[in-house]
Design a protein around this ligand. Sequence first.
Ligand code: ATP
Length: 385
Amino acid sequence: MPAFFPLRRPRVEQKARIEAFYKLESSTKPRVKDPSLEISEEGQRRLGGNILKLRDVNLSFGEKKILNDFSYDFNKGDRIGIVGRNGVGKSTFINILTGDQIIDSGNIEAGDTVVFGKYDQMGIPFLDENQSVLDFVKQRVESISGTSIAESPQEAMKMLKQFEFPRQRWSERVSMLSGGERRRLQLLAVLAKRPNFLILDEPTNDIDLDTLRALEGYLEEFKGVLVVVSHDRLFTDKVTNHLFVFEGQGVVKDYLGSLSDYAECLVEQEKNDEASSSGSGIVDSETKKASYKEDKEKRLERRNAVKKLKRELGKIEPAIDKLKSKVVELQAQIDKSANEGWTVLADLSQQVEKVEEEIEAKEVEWLDLAEALEKLEDEENVDAS
Ligand SMILES: Nc1ncnc2c1ncn2[C@@H]1O[C@H](COP(=O)(O)OP(=O)(O)OP(=O)(O)O)[C@@H](O)[C@H]1O
């Protein structure tokens, strides 16, 4: 592996979950967009010509240099992925952008129209755990001129719908939400302020697939500047148009391509380095024959393993669909049983939770198999090339 990767080590299941999302997404019908939920251009805050200028910025922590004479003018349409190995300074960099990190020297100038929105692992704190979901969002929604529009719940409702918060959860106290729902609400709270300079630090960690889909939909329409720190290659490819590559010791390169292009570039570079260090490599014909036989056996074994994995995957998918239909049925029952009393509702909610756990277990199983399959198919492609 090149010295640069992994960028930030994700949990295996997290990475696989997201990758699988993209696979599932491409293999299912495109979602019909509800135009009433789209964020129109007029509904977004205006961003003036002067956005954010960094001039000769320097910052070190002791011996560790984070930025060395870094300069950049942010432009409209910038969608930048921040990449680099752990501890190189990515989070510090975004804190510099928002003014949360003091620099050693240089100059930073933010335009008057810039409104930052930052979503990170810390999230927005829930100051009142007894507040309802709807009130939490209502309190944070701002109009494009920046005034609070707490008295009008329409916008908050629209956002909750956009982020697929089921209506029956709107009156729920935030203390009752699951971990995933809390993350979704925190993301929503950041977007409710209508930032025009949006910073997302590891946004795909700990969010569920519906939220990921909703976030992507939001970012498709988003016209402001976007800065994303993410280990997630597929997400970064989808939402960014260039990269700041933190190479260490304050060196930052602007790479005009996707994270996948960049990763490929590094692998290519490493191959070239290896080839040039291993000399011309003359192999005698006996060795060649033996290795050909070995390769053939390996290929056969691999082909069988691929077939087996595909068979197993084919069985899990309908099982997941069945469980999902079960959840929909149960939720419909919950809606119908609003007047049935607490015990009935609690029982139905417990059943939903149980089926959701089963779905998750099946998805994890699916993901393990899908990852194994992808690995084998990649090996096949490499051999074929
Ligand atoms: N206020 C601070 N004082 C001293 N050292 C700091 C401070 N903030 C960050 N650092 C150090 O600066 C380095 C960069 O940290 P930062 O969190 O920005 O890296 P990162 O690239 O975001 O890492 P990761 O990918 O692991 O989150 C780390 O070595 C960190 O310990």
